[in-house]
Each structure stands twice: as structure tokens, then as C-alpha cells.
Design a protein. Structure first.
Lengths: 497, 374
């Protein structure tokens, strides 16, 4: 979404500026891990959402708001507020550049924690709510009626106010859906379901696999977040061949969160796992079901004419012209997608062209999948295998190394810590993620050998040189060592460029 | 590098269909439903495919498979030893493994193993990627490692078409990573205050073929700002790798579009603190993280040179019987194995963490520029 005049982008999305458009999915972030996906729409089932304990909220208010805006929930509606997400921290005496800590005069040495500090009761608060007092007023009342508040340190006061505001005046920030924010929501909400894919692990998968616009990426992915991020990173150029073992093309739920337009989404092509792993098992009629449908649709012409049952359905079940129009619009969109889907032969052609990178992030055992997909990866191209367990990756590592299929093998885990930076009280956060999954990366090597003339005969047939060494042919090695130095002197002129 | 090469377009699968806008016919049929269908279909076509109703065009970059003269090759000698050459006829490359003649691998495909003509050593010639380049390039300054590169690229929300500003360029490793993310129609404007480094960086960008996306300008952004060439407030992301990033904040925020992302790479916590202080008014969602890479080694455990027989222990009759049954089953299994032939012993593969890891590279601070209140 750059403001530059590069109109060459094939995926120029409709009116993509920094405001929420109608139909966009955005993240509403209440802080501390409470984040929700909301669709900004005026009607339909996505219009009313239940946000935690706040009851039903209408999402109409989101339309037109800029990303990054802070909203409050008032009377089931989202209203933009001018304030910050939390009240700004109280002004502390800033240290000068040398870093002297300011004198903190108050501390908690006299605090007695007997739960009797607050005078306001539950009933009082209910009364205030009924009177229509805002959350701000309620918190002010609580602060004034707290006996221990005056004795708190500045930091403790800020913490207290923040906690009360969180309860009585919940505020949230609207966040744009991108790879890192969506991955963050899924990771914090339900890490187990998404194989502990932490945003920095996702970042590594995309980078180490050398994914770029125009590449052909082969992927076997059951996490869906990985594929969606790949689609974002390709920007409408190139191809993603997503191998799946399910009946219908997967990833729909996660892809819908990204607000992709059709051109960007079109890079994603699906390949059934049966085609690659077990071509004999799938019956012919199953294989060509999609192609048959496509042929039938093509034969009908465009626009796809209305059938009897469609006409009946339209006349009986829809009242207004607008409703009929919407139904026909959706129907036409469906047909367009079916017609634009590549046929089975076309997808196999893409597969056989060999891909530029391979990404495997699946809950299934990765070793057989890796060995089956590696032939479809071009030589000297990187691959990435992600797993939340280390043992299957260790097996892959060992197999790749012993069969000399890849080089630059690296099995890693990432350690990620967030740091709370404030003037003079900077410290790492108290909570931290302990795992982001494990990643195995490497580069596939070619199975071709380079034959080189050496001492009057050709050598280099694969591992000939290594075998000679292994046999412990000591005399040969000594000669080589002696001659090796001499050779290096002669070749002084040449050398690394 | 491959990502900067030009695209090749080919008609997509939809071009074989007969999708095109249809003029609505004048005759009323079925209560105007047919007319409604035509209108709805046209709208759906515009919505899905955009203006190119004739069919989608696919673009991809054809991979460079063979090593041609003057192409960049990364030479892999061993895991920790990577370097690069530009393939030149009749030249030689030498390292600890031996001497390698360029003529031996020019014309072959990337990924081949090349033996040395006069020793038993060998190397692999690999196609350059951003990560291999970062491992093999000449360090003129401390570089941003692939892990930090990947985290920064993701958190700056970069995608094809984005505009990124970077300062300082240093050895250019980060510039290549950013270029890969924004190719083919994005732009990386990189700034370096050291003249020699700026010139070397530009030469390298040209040699690696990324100069259509990335340019390095000799400029001190802390003192002079980012200049005019990078546009006016339209940058999607800004990456600062400076010793005093707080002096560049104002200049950076002026060039950043609303809702754009800012990142500072600072090794010291004091730098981070001073930088975050300058962000408080105009940015939100400020987050500071540090990421570390922990590596694992894979070993196979050797087996003992003897059989361990089950220890004999006294127990109840039931336990004894169970144990005797187990021993009997074990003996029968061994007999069966001996008959069928020796089964290959399953290797016990174990992982262990590597002995050392990098303790710290830098604190990464991310922030989003606020959209101004109307």
C-alpha cells in the first residue's frame, strides 16, 4: 500500500489507504493478549459480535476509522476516543543523560493489605452505572475513596489506575491485519492449534526459504498462517503450490482475515497430496471432478445462464431486487473462481517445472513428506521444515546429511523476549514465550557431478575423492599434501576474486 | 540475485475461458432476471478480475539454472566457511580445501560439487540467496544477521511495492534482505555517511543486479535528514541502524506515511531508551524485542558392544510369571529375526544444543506512526 505512483502492481487493492474499508477484517486489540478479529460491516452475521464480557457490539462503527485509532465500547457501539489506550503514565522526573535515578520518595513499607482500603461498595458502583456515569467518573470515584492510594509510589498509582480503567473503561486499538499481527493473534489465542508458530518463527520461515515475488514456492502446510503470509509476500506475482491432504482446498479461514483481492490470492494453486504421494490410489473420476465441472461451466457460456431451480429459488425466496442482485453476484463470483482454477494437468506441469523453495510446516511426520517433495525442488534452492517437536527434524537432519542431499543444514530454535522500555525502569517483561517451534533449513544440492582432470585422469565421480581419503591411503595423502603446498605457490597468481 | 530479475508473463488458466463483459440485452425475460444476471455477472467480473476481464496474466521470474560467466556464485566449503566469487573464465579460486578452476563449473548447474584438480578437497557452488550472501560477504561493518533481518522484514509489514528507507547501509546485508521483500516494484532508499562504504555498496548492488530496487546515497541522515529523492512522506517502513537513532527520529517521522512502521536496531539499552523517549508523541504500539538463535547438533548414539540381559529380581509370582513371559517372547523374536536375516539396527538419533550461542546482537524497537486526528 505505498503511496508511490507504481501502477505496475497487479494487485492494486481497491481504495487501500490507512482507513478501515467496509468488509475489511481488522484486529481489535484490548491489550495484554485480548485481541479479536472483527469484520467492519453494516449488516449480516458479522455485524454483531460478542466481545468477552462486554456483551454484543455492532461493528458498523469501525468503518472509516483509521488504523491505530483507539476506540471505546459505548452502548454496544464502537466509538473513537481521542485518548490513548491507557492514560499516559504520570510525569516522572526524567533522569539526565548520565542516568541518575530520581529520588522515589514513597514506597510500600507502611502498606497494610487488609482489603479494607476501598470505601466504595459494589452497590455504590451499580448506582453510579445506573446514573449513567462514564467509566472515567467511576475510576475517579474509586481513586478518591481509596485510603491507601495516597501512600502509593508513582508507579503503583499508575498501575492501580490502569487496572481500574481496564475494568470500567475498556479501550481497544484497531490494528491492521498483516502477517505479523494475524500470527500474533493466533499465537496468543491458541498456540497449540497453530503448532506454536510464533511471529519470529514465521519471519524466519519466509526469509530462509528465500520467498520473493515471482518465485514458485512448493509448500505442505497445515498451519494456514504460513500459506497466508506467503500469499502476502508474493504480492500477486509467482506461484504457490500448496499441497493438501484434505478434500477441499484448505486455509480458507485464515486467508479470509487478510483482506486479499483476487489477483493476490490467485498465486495460490492447490495440489492434492494424492497426486504426488500415491497417484495410483485415487480413482480417475475423483481426480477429474474439478476439471469436469470446469468443462461443463465453459460449455454453458458466459454469463452462466439461469437454470430452472435458480429461477424458482430467486422468485420464491427473495423479496427485493437488491437481494436478488446480491445472490446473483455471489453466484457469478463463484463461477468465475471455478473457471479460473488451473486444471489438474496444468498444476502437474507447474510441479514438474521444479520449485524455487520448499516449505513444510505440518502436524504430520515431516520426514517422508520431505523426501517425497525434495525431487520437486530445484538444485541449489533452500528448503525449510518447521515443527513444534525437535525429534522429527532431527531425523530429517540425519537422513539429509547421511545421504548427502543437502548442505548448510541448520536446526534451530528461537528465543524471543520483549522488553518494557521506560525511562529508568526498563526491564524485560515478566511473561515470556518459552517456545516458538523448531526450524530445519538447508540447501538442496545437485546430483550432477563435475568431472575434473586430475593427474592425467578424470576424477570427481561423486564421492570418489572422499572414498580415496576414507580408505586411508596414507601414501597418496602424503604426496598430495606435499604437492598441495607446492601447487598453491604456483597458483599464487590465481586465487579468490 | 534472482529476486531482482525481470518477470516473464504468461496467460493464466483463466484465459482459456470465455470470460468477458457482456452487454445487457434489451428483451425482458423472466421478470428481468436475465438482465439482472447479466448486470450481476459483469459486476462480479470487475470485482474479481479487475479491468483485465480478458483473463488473468501470470508473472513469474525464470530461475537461473546454469552458472554463466560473471554470475555471482556462493562457494560452500564447509558449514562455517562460505565465500563468493563472480564466475570468470580461466580464473582460479583457492581456499583451505584446494584450488578450484572457474572453467570447471562455468556451464554447469548451480548446486554442483566441484573437486579440486590437485587435492582431495571439494566445494559446492550455490546460487546466491540473501542468507547465503549474508554469510559470505565481506564485512565492512558489523552486519545484521539473517535472524534479525527476517524479524525486521516481517514486523515492518513489507510486501511487494512497499517503499523502505534504511540508514546506515554498512555492508549492505540488510539492504539485500529489504530489497527481496519489496521487489519487483518497491524501492529501498539506503543512506550511508561514509563515502567509501557508500560507493562500495552501490557497486555491489549493481554487480548483484539489485540496483533497480536499491540505491545507496552518501548522506548523514541524522544531521541532514533523508533528502528529497525518497519522496515526501510516502515511505511504508524505515529501518535505522545508527549509533544515535534519537537524532534521526524527527527526520524519519517526516518521511513515514501515517500508519507506517519504524524500526531501530540498537545494541545498547541506553540507545533504546533514548530512542523510545522521542517516539512518545507521534507513535503508538511501541514494542522492543530481542531475538536469539539457539542451534542444535544432531548425533547418533553408539551402541554398547554387548547385550544387556534383563536383571534378575525377586518379586511376586505374578511378576515373575510376567517377566518369564516377556523373556520368552524376546527369545522367540530373536529366533525369528535370525531366520529372516539381520535387521538393520535402528539408529538412535539424538539432539543436543550447540555449545555456544550468540548472546546478543541488538534490541529491535518497532513503532507505528499514528494517523493524525482530523
Amino acid at each position: 500500500m505505498s503511496n508511490s505512483s507504481s501502477s505496475l502492481s497487479p494487485s492494486s487493492p481497491p481504495s487501500r489507504d490507512h482507513h478501515v474499508s467496509e468488509g475489511d477484517v481488522c484486529i481489535v486489540n484490548f491489550g495484554e493478549g485480548r485481541q479479536y478479529f472483527l469484520t467492519a460491516c453494516r449488516s449480516g452475521k458479522d455485524n454483531q459480535v460478542k466481545l468477552g464480557q462486554k456483551g454484543k457490539v455492532y461493528t458498523t462503527g469501525l468503518i472509516g476509522l483509521p488504523y491505530g485509532a483507539v476506540i471505546e465500547v459505548k452502548n454496544s457501539r464502537m466509538v473513537r476516543t481521542e485518548d490513548d489506550l491507557i492514560t499516559p503514565p504520570l510525569n516522572l522526573e526524567d533522569a539526565d543523560a548520565d542516568g541518575d535515578t530520581p529520588s522515589v520518595k514513597l514506597d510500600n513499607r507502611n502498606l497494610v493489605d487488609d482489603n479494607k482500603s476501598q470505601i466504595t461498595t459494589q452497590d455504590d458502583i451499580m448506582k453510579l452505572r445506573e446514573e449513567g456515569k462514564t467509566g472515567q467518573d467511576i475510576v475517579t470515584e474509586l481513586v478518591n475513596n481509596s485510603k491507601s492510594f495516597k501512600g502509593k509510589t508513582e508507579f503503583a498509582k499508575a498501575k492501580y489506575i490502569k487496572r481500574k480503567l481496564k475494568k470500567y473503561l475498556p479501550r481497544a486499538r484497531i490494528v491492521r491485519c498483516t502477517s505479523s499481527t494475524v500470527c500474533d493473534v493466533y499465537f496468543k489465542k491458541d498456540a497449540m492449534r497453530y503448532m506454536s508458530l510464533r511471529p519470529d518463527s514465521l519471519a524466519q520461515i519466509i526469509s530462509y526459504a528465500n520467498v520473493y515475488a515471482g518465485a514458485q514456492v512448493l509448500t505442505f502446510d497445515t498451519i494456514s498462517v504460513v500459506t497466508a503470509s506467503l500469499v502476502e509476500r508474493m504480492g500477486g506475482y509467482g506461484r504457490i503450490l500448496s499441497v493438501h491432504s484434505s478434500q477441499d482446498p484448505p486455509h480458507k479461514e485464515v486467508l479470509s482475515k487478510f483482506n486479499f483481492d483476487y489477483k493476490t490470492l490467485d498465486v495460490l494453486k492447490f495440489v492434492s497430496a494424492f497426486e504426488i504421494f500415491d497417484p495410483k490410489s485415487k480413482e480417475d473420476k475423483d481426480k477429474d471432478a474439478c476439471d469436469d465441472e470446469k468443462q461443463k461451466l465453459k460449455a454453458q457460456g458466459w454469463p452462466v445462464p439461469l437454470m430452472e431451480h435458480t429461477i424458482d429459488h430467486l422468485e420464491k425466496d427473495f423479496e427485493s431486487d437488491q437481494a436478488k442482485h446480491d445472490f446473483l453476484f455471489k453466484r457469478a463470483s463463484r463461477f468465475i473462481r471455478k473457471l479460473c482454477r488451473p486444471s489438474r494437468d496444468e498444476t502437474l506441469e507447474y510441479l514438474n517445472k521444479k520449485s524455487d523453495s520448499l516449505i513444510i510446516s505440518t502436524k504430520f511426520d515431516p520426514l517422508p513428506i520431505l523426501l517425497a517433495l525434495l525431487p520437486f525442488l530445484a538444485p541449489s534452492c533452500p528448503f525449510v521444515v518447521f515443527s513444534e517437536h525437535i525429534e522429527p527434524l532431527a531425523e530429517c537432519f540425519e537422513k539429509l546429511k547421511s545421504d548427502r542431499l543437502a548442505i548448510q543444514l541448520q536446526l534451530t530454535e528461537t528465543w524471543n523476549r520483549e522488553i518494557k522500555v521506560m525511562q529508568n525502569i526498563t526491564h524485560p517483561q515478566m511473561t515470556m514465550s518459552a517456545t516458538g517451534g523448531y526450524i530445519l533449513t538447508g540447501c538442496k544440492v545437485s546430483d550432477q557431478c563435475v568431472e575434473v582432470e586430475k593427474k592425467g585422469k578424470l576424477v570427481g565421480k561423486g564421492f570418489g575423492a572422499m572414498r580415496a581419503r576414507g580408505r586411508g591411503n596414507k601414501r597418496k595423502l602424503e604426496d598430495v599434501a606435499a604437492r598441495g603446498d607446492a601447487d598453491r605457490e604456483d597458483d599464487d597468481a590465481g586465487g579468490s576474486s | 540475485m534472482d529476486f531482482a530479475k525481470s518477470m516473464v508473463s504468461s496467460p493464466g488458466p483463466s484465459s482459456s475461458s470465455n470470460l468477458s463483459l457482456v452487454a445487457p440485452s434489451s428483451d425482458e425475460d423472466n421478470n428481468g432476471l436475465r438482465a439482472l444476471n447479466v448486470i450481476a455477472s459483469n459486476e462480479a467480473l470487475m470485482n474479481e478480475l479487475g479491468c483485465e476481464a480478458k483473463g488473468l496474466v501470470e508473472s513469474h521470474i525464470p530461475r537461473s539454472n546454469t552458472i554463466t560467466p560473471s554470475s555471482l556464485c556462493v562457494i560452500f566449503a564447509s558449514y562455517a566457511s562460505l565465500s563468493f566469487v563472480y564466475a570468470t573464465p580461466n580464473q582460479k579460486y583457492s581456499n583451505r580445501n584446494g584450488v578450484f578452476h572457474h572453467n570447471d563449473f562455468i556451464g554447469k548447474e548451480f548446486g554442483v560439487k566441484v573437486p579440486s584438480r590437485c587435492s582431495d578437497g571439494f566445494v559446492y557452488i550455490m546460487r546466491p540467496t540473501v542468507e547465503l550472501w549474508a554469510h559470505s560477504l565481506n564485512h565492512r561493518t558489523q552486519i545484521c544477521h539473517p535472524l534479525d533481518q527476517s524479524v525486521v522484514t516481517l514486523n515492518l509489514h513489507l510486501k511487494p511495492g512497499s517503499i523502505v528507507l534504511e540508514s546506515g547501509t554498512g555492508s549492505g546485508a540488510m539492504s539485500h534482505a529489504l530489497s527481496r521483500a519489496v521487489a519487483p516494484n518497491g524501492k529501498v532508499w539506503s543512506y550511508e555517511f561514509n563515502k567509501v562504504r557508500a560507493e562500495t555498496a552501490n557497486e555491489e548492488f549493481k554487480k548483484n543486479g539489485v540496483d533497480n530496487i536499491c540505491t545507496c546515497e552518501h548522506r548523514d541522515v541524522c544531521g541532514e535528514g533523508f533528502g528529497e529523492s525518497c519522496g515526501d512522506g510516502g515511505a511504508d517502513g524505515i529501518f535505522l541502524d545508527l549509533p544515535e537513532p534519537w537524532t534521526a527520529t524527527e527526520h524519519a517521522l517526516r518521511k513515514l506515511r501515517p500508519d507506517g512502521r519504524l524500526c531501530s536496531y540498537s545494541p545498547c539499552i541506553e540507545q533504546t531508551q533514548r530512542f523510545v523517549k522521542t517516539l512518545s508523541d507521534s507513535c503508538h504500539s511501541v514494542m522492543t524485542i530481542e531475538v536469539r538463535l539457539k542451534e542444535f547438533c544432531v548425533d547418533t548414539l553408539p551402541a554398547l558392544p554387548m547385550e544387556i540381559s534383563m536383571p534378575f529380581y525377586y518379586g511376586t509370582e505374578k511378576v515373575d510369571k510376567a517377566r518369564k513371559d516377556k523373556v520368552k517372547a524376546e527369545e522367540e523374536r530373536k529366533k525369528k529375526e535370525a531366520e529372516e536375516g539381520e535387521q538393520p539396527k535402528r539408529k538412535k538419533i539424538r539432539t543436543r544444543p550447540a555449545a555456544e550461542m550468540r548472546g546478543h546482537t541488538a534490541f529491535l524497537t518497532f513503532a507505528t506512526k499514528s494517523v493524525p486526528l482530523k
